[in-house]
Design a protein around this ligand. Structure first.
Ligand SMILES: *[C@@H]1O[C@H](CO)[C@@H](O)[C@H](O)[C@H]1NC(C)=O
Ligand SMILES: *[C@@H]1O[C@H](CO)[C@@H](O)[C@H](O)[C@H]1NC(C)=O
Ligand SMILES: *[C@@H]1O[C@H](CO)[C@@H](O)[C@H](O)[C@H]1NC(C)=O
Ligand SMILES: *[C@@H]1O[C@H](CO)[C@@H](O)[C@H](O)[C@H]1NC(C)=O
Ligand SMILES: *[C@@H]1O[C@H](CO)[C@@H](O)[C@H](O)[C@H]1NC(C)=O
Length: 477
């Protein structure tokens, strides 16, 4: 298996015979350790399917799927779990200690969820208005900082694995992978037995770049992902133990979902962290995570979108703005109704060369963010950075961090059928409401920003927190 995998993908790395033999030695030692652990733990962790998804997201009733937008409130409703872990056995395996830690985290989050004392969280989260349950989020975040450990598989070679794009439209994919691989993050563990989740660190953007053969066929990408899973599930016991349910992949590229079809368990059980979060393509917010799409030319936020006095004071003569290609099902409707119809609402297909996109965003009160070919668009974060209230026009798009953030407090969500009434809808928003949306938007920016090194509550940590929440949803007993 390893041979086949290496044979197929070595042309992308710098494998010398020397490195190969070192790797083989490492591999052999890893296999033997893994087998040892596996035989020990095989029988301790059989769990019925019904146990898997019960937790903070569901209120004990197996069949009731809770809208992920209300996760924080739901934490409250969950009955305290009565697992065997509560009665302490004499000696716990590392695995059980991991599960016990999660149990404590769940209990403490549930407790915090009903506590409305703002002094507990207002230093870290000074604007409670934008959160579903600031107290639960704060506690959950602290528990994550205290406990959460990610194991990153070491198999595979650069650039397909352990690397990713850190510039342009899919930057968040590379930035996350690189942070886990090279950053000083305390969330990575090299001991797989202490991990809460296991990361499959391949980059779908790089798979497309290096393996795609230009015939609209994602087959080679799926073959790679499927081989990769076969490799790690042969080398280690972890994948088989949960059928991948405590594993995650991460992709901002549009083909993330297609690639995830490589393996039925990857698709149906693993945590898929993706920009392209289309719930009618079986993106499942109970287990999957929406990645915010963050466009970084040259790896940086455009100078016009950086926080500055001039941005804050920017006059906003336009009511609404859009410019972009007529992609997908929604934009044709927007353009049909509004393209160059109203001087107060500049709506373009492609912006004429002499006009600047970000200048328009900075001069508009609202920025239309209709889905294109895919539900996600970098416009949402661009609008956010430009302090232009995003007007989300999409169908079945699960918004990033919507399990903890109240999107309605810093954006306007409009149904496709209301596109003809767009101006009316925006005109009906009072100045007071607009100022409030803008204040909240300015505040949530920090959750959508990538920093180097990452800072607390920024995009990197919010993504990790989304994964942490999904993992809390698992009970491996
Ligand atoms: C926990 O389970 C034990 C035995 O199964 C039972 O006696 C006890 O009442 C349960 N406690 C709660 C709080 O449900
Ligand atoms: C809120 O929490 C703070 C810090 O723990 C405490 O000093 C304060 O008394 C609490 N306020 C209320 C109303 O419970
Ligand atoms: C996991 O399951 C696969 C398929 O059933 C099997 O080939 C593989 O050897 C298993 N892995 C381990 C570590 O036992
Ligand atoms: C996911 O599970 C469903 C059945 O629940 C199955 O039909 C589907 O093929 C699975 N997805 C993949 C990619 O295998
Ligand atoms: C979301 O998925 C559905 C089903 O595949 C598709 O019809 C729709 O066009 C997708 N939305 C976007 C914006 O791509």
């Amino acid at each position: 298996m390893m041979d086949k995998f290496q044979y197929r993908y070595t042309s992308f790395g710098f494998v010398t015979i020397c490195i190969g033999s070192i790797a083989l030695v490492c591999l052999i030692s890893r296999i033997s350790t893994s087998f040892f652990d596996y035989s020990l733990q095989k029988f301790e962790f059989s769990f019925p399917e019904s146990e898997l998804r019960r937790s903070v997201y569901t209120s004990g009733d197996e069949n009731r799927v809770v809208d992920s937008r209300h996760v924080s409130q739901q934490i409250l409703a969950v009955k305290s779990s009565n697992s065997s872990l509560q009665s302490k056995p004499k000696k716990l395996s590392r695995r059980k200690m991991v599960e016990q830690g999660l149990g404590k985290a769940r209990a403490s989050i549930r407790k915090a969820a009903s506590n409305r004392n703002v002094t507990l969280f207002n230093i870290d989260l000074p604007n409670p208005e934008v959160y579903r349950n600031p107290s639960a989020l704060h506690r959950s975040y602290l528990e994550m900082e205290r406990r959460f450990k990610v194991y990153v598989y070491e198999e595979g070679e650069r650039p397909l694995v352990h690397d990713g794009p850190c510039k342009s439209v899919y930057a968040v994919e590379g930035r996350f992978i690189m942070e886990m691989e090279k950053g000083k993050t305390k969330f990575r563990t090299y001991d797989p037995n202490q991990a809460h989740v296991y990361f499959l660190p391949f980059s779908v953007t790089w798979l497309v770049k290096y393996l795609y053969e230009g015939n609209a066929d994602a087959g080679p990408l799926r073959t790679f992902a499927s081989d990769y899973i076969r490799l790690v599930s042969t080398n280690h016991p972890f994948w088989n133990r949960t059928s991948g349910a405590d594993h995650f992949m991460l992709a901002c590229h549009d083909w993330g979902p297609l690639t995830s079809q490589a393996n039925a368990d990857l698709f149906n059980k693993s945590i898929r962290v993706m920009c392209n979060a289309n719930s009618s393509e079986r993106f499942n917010p109970i287990k999957d995570v929406t990645l915010p799409e963050i466009k970084l030319f040259g790896g940086e936020v455009d100078s016009k979108l950086r926080v500055s006095k001039s941005l804050m004071a920017s006059p906003r003569p336009y009511l609404g703005f859009f410019a972009g290609g007529v992609h997908g099902p929604i934009r044709p409707i927007l353009l049909e109704h509004w393209k160059q119809r109203d001087p107060e609402m500049p709506v373009y297909e492609y912006l004429p060369k002499d006009l600047n996109y970000y200048d328009f965003m900075r001069s508009s009160k609202f920025c239309f963010c209709p889905s294109g070919y895919e539900v996600a668009s970098p416009r949402v974060t661009e609008a956010m950075y430009a302090e232009c209230i995003p007007v989300i026009i999409s169908v079945n798009f699960v918004l990033p961090f919507s399990d903890v953030l109240r999107w309605e407090s810093f954006s306007v969500i409009v149904d496709v059928s209301e596109i003809p009434r767009l101006k009316e809808i925006l005109m009906s928003i009072s100045d007071e409401k607009y100022e409030r949306l803008k204040r909240n938007l300015r505040y949530v920016r920090r959750h959508f920003e990538l920093n180097d090194p990452p800072q607390r509550f920024d995009a990197f940590h919010m993504i990790l927190h989304s994964i942490w929440l999904r993992r809390l949803n698992l009970k491996l007993t």
